[in-house]
Ligand binder design. Structure first.
Ligand code: FAD
Length: 304
């Protein structure tokens, strides 16, 4: 109750104060910051996917700026030899302003990543974006079959059908589909999304099983130890080779679970957000998980 109250007043708190605890979940504000965090994560045996924060845009100029920023990120990560890929949110490239422009901008980023033998994953946003983001993925996959992937959300009732439809039209042994499966973070209506915690877990596993038994590359994005355990059982059941799946977690979240996955020899990728728009990202993380408010209070007393 108290945590929820603090989460609701967060937007009115001084940013400097919120940064004290946010720095645990955000790699910093500049490319230099995220490069040094990425090197540290690589040094600990994990790869990364980097996300430039800042999805709320309203003009084509802002979308262009985001594209330029991403091109710079791809260059710098390639030059620094980071073991990591890139995550993009199509709305920050103007998906809701001009779909063609968004496609062209993301295509340039994917092209640059492909030239460096790297990979771009299209994050999934709210349900207005589901169909256009699937279309965007499929169009890019035709040109860059090994360099682009998509996120699917277990809470959406449509997801198993989406997987089956994409399997029929865009999946082959030499050019497999590549999905990150997550629970889904946006608040969606009951008519299109499961909201019950156990049901979302159940759907997560149904979707994951569909992926694993059909040789779709699976990036398993969760901090839910039950789901990690059940995912490992599915990997075992279908004898999925190590090059067909990975686990993914957000920077700074559930380090104990992260270490246990690593120690048992599975690939783990950390999603590393950074950028000057860190405040919006952290506010959303706290609304999603008000228990994090305790971290704010600790940060008041334990600095560094
Ligand atoms: C790598 C990655 C990429 C993602 N990409 C997308 C995307 O493209 N689209 C989308 O809609 N959603 C995305 N998500 C978010 C996802 O949909 C869930 O909202 C989020 O992961 C919480 O679900 P969970 O499976 O971790 O289970 P939960 O039951 O929510 O969490 C399990 C436990 O993990 C801890 N935990 C979970 N989340 C946090 C947090 N943010 N901060 C602190 N502790 C936490 C808590 O201790 C919690 O009890 C992504 C998540 C990850 C890990």
């Amino acid at each position: 109750m108290f945590n929820r109250f603090v989460a609701s007043i967060l937007p009115y708190m001084p940013k400097k104060f919120v940064w004290l605890f946010s720095k645990r979940y955000v790699a910093g504000k500049t490319i230099d910051d995220v490069l040094s965090v990425s090197k540290m994560i690589n040094g600990n045996g994990m790869c990364i996917t980097v996300d430039l924060l800042g999805e709320f845009i309203s003009t084509p100029e802002e979308a262009l700026q985001n594209k330029l920023n991403y091109l710079e990120i791809v260059d710098q990560f390639t030059e620094a030899g980071i073991d990591g890929s890139f995550s993009v949110k199509p709305t920050s490239f103007g998906l809701l302003i001009d779909k063609e422009m968004c496609y062209d901008f993301i295509r340039e980023v994917v092209q640059k990543a492909a030239d460096a033998n790297n990979f771009v994953r299209i994050d999934m946003e709210d349900s207005r974006c589901t169909t256009p983001e699937i279309e965007l993925y499929l169009k890019l996959k035709e040109e860059f079959p090994a360099n682009v992937g998509l996120v699917l959300q277990a809470y959406l009732k449509r997801t198993p059908n989406d997987i089956e439809e994409m399997m029929r039209n865009a999946h082959s042994p030499s050019q497999p589909l590549n999905f990150r499966i997550c629970k889904g973070i946006y608040i969606e209506p009951h008519s299109i999304a499961y909201r019950n915690y156990r049901q979302v877990r159940h759907q997560f596993l149904i979707n994951l099983e569909l992926m694993l038994k059909n040789n779709i590359y699976a990036a398993i994005a969760t901090h839910d130890s039950y789901l990690v355990h059940e995912s490992l059982a599915l990997i075992d059941k279908y004898k999925v080779p190590k090059n067909r799946y990975e686990f993914q977690m957000l920077y700074g979240v559930t380090p104990g679970l992260r270490d246990s996955i690593l120690q048992t020899g599975h690939k783990l990728r950390i999603y590393v957000p950074f950028g000057k728009h860190w405040f919006g990202y952290c506010s959303r993380r706290i609304k999603e998980n008000p228990k994090m408010v305790s971290d704010i209070l600790k940060a008041l007393f334990i600095r560094g």
